[in-house]
Design a protein around this ligand. Sequence first.
Ligand SMILES: [Zn+2]
Length: 378
Amino acid sequence: MFFKDVIGQERLKRQLIHNFKQQRTGHALLFYGSEGTGTVALSLAFARYILCVNRTDGDACGACASCIKMNKLAHPDLHFFFPSAPNQEHKKEVSSKLFVNQWRELLLDTPYFSYFQWLQKLGVENKQAIINAEDCNDIIRVLGMKSYESPYRIIYIYMVDKLYYSAAPKILKILEEPPQNTIFLMMSDNKDRILNTILSRTQIMRIPPPGEEEIAGGLTEKFGIEPKKAREASFLADGSVSDALKYCYRDEEQMADLESFRSWMLACFRNKQDDIIDWVNDIATAGREKQRSFFLYGLNIFRMCLLQNYDAETLIRTGEQERAFIKKFARYVNHRNIIQIVEAFNLAIVHLDRNANARILFSDLSFRVHSLMRAGTG
Ligand SMILES: [Zn+2]
């Protein structure tokens, strides 16, 4: 990943380079932005730039020994940390170092991925992954040694908001005053979940979503996607490159979400107990992150229904089949029930995050949705 491979973000690229040349790069940077906007891409390009021994004006050289190692993300002075959880292969006591190969694979495939894709890669999509105490021990251990090749050492922490709260105190001191030439590059899409003690020690760089044109151009130029499809995907993705890629590559998964949502809503509306139970049993076996993303999917559908109802159709960003569904479904979602529906979904997400029993959670929500939909037609 070079700066030139990052979609959009020209101002931030210039700022990163400028600060680095002026030796004003903070020792802990937080790349903060919504999933898929380029927090990983930009920070990775910056890591390459820092480690390159032959930097040009605006990018790493691509030819030095360091750049060659970066082609495989195997530079000995770049240390990756990320959320992990026990999987089929490693059943307990896991930490980032066990999964660094999977991590490299995903990143080399594309740095525009979603957190859910990372969990899928680990095979832990039904678990909550964290950055744990062993990771923090490893950070301290790494920084206790000399750097190998570069004058710089980079501690790269993906999703620092998943740093387990009781492990965090271990690294506070080192984050406050790291050894010389050590740079923490951290990413997050949820600042509210980052521990304050961590946040206060970082320099925050807000990563805005790239523009629609930038994404469309990037998809064609860097991913070889045909311009018409790229334009459609960038329109639908609303600033997320990973979503845009998803639209390009995975129409099917979207369709499955729509199909599932449609049959659920129909069963709720008609109060068909057998159908509801079948549906609940089905979703209950999906992973927690999948369930979470399904709730978010539902919330987005409701939002689009409102736009439909308020004649703001031009703001609806979706494909043909979803649009057709929303046209019909929108009449059940209105001022009589929308606030309660959104509250019910948000509450369900909170309970899900607190490890509520999925069967009970989805059953309760189904009954709630049933009465709210009835209220909407009343
Ligand atoms: Zn180089």
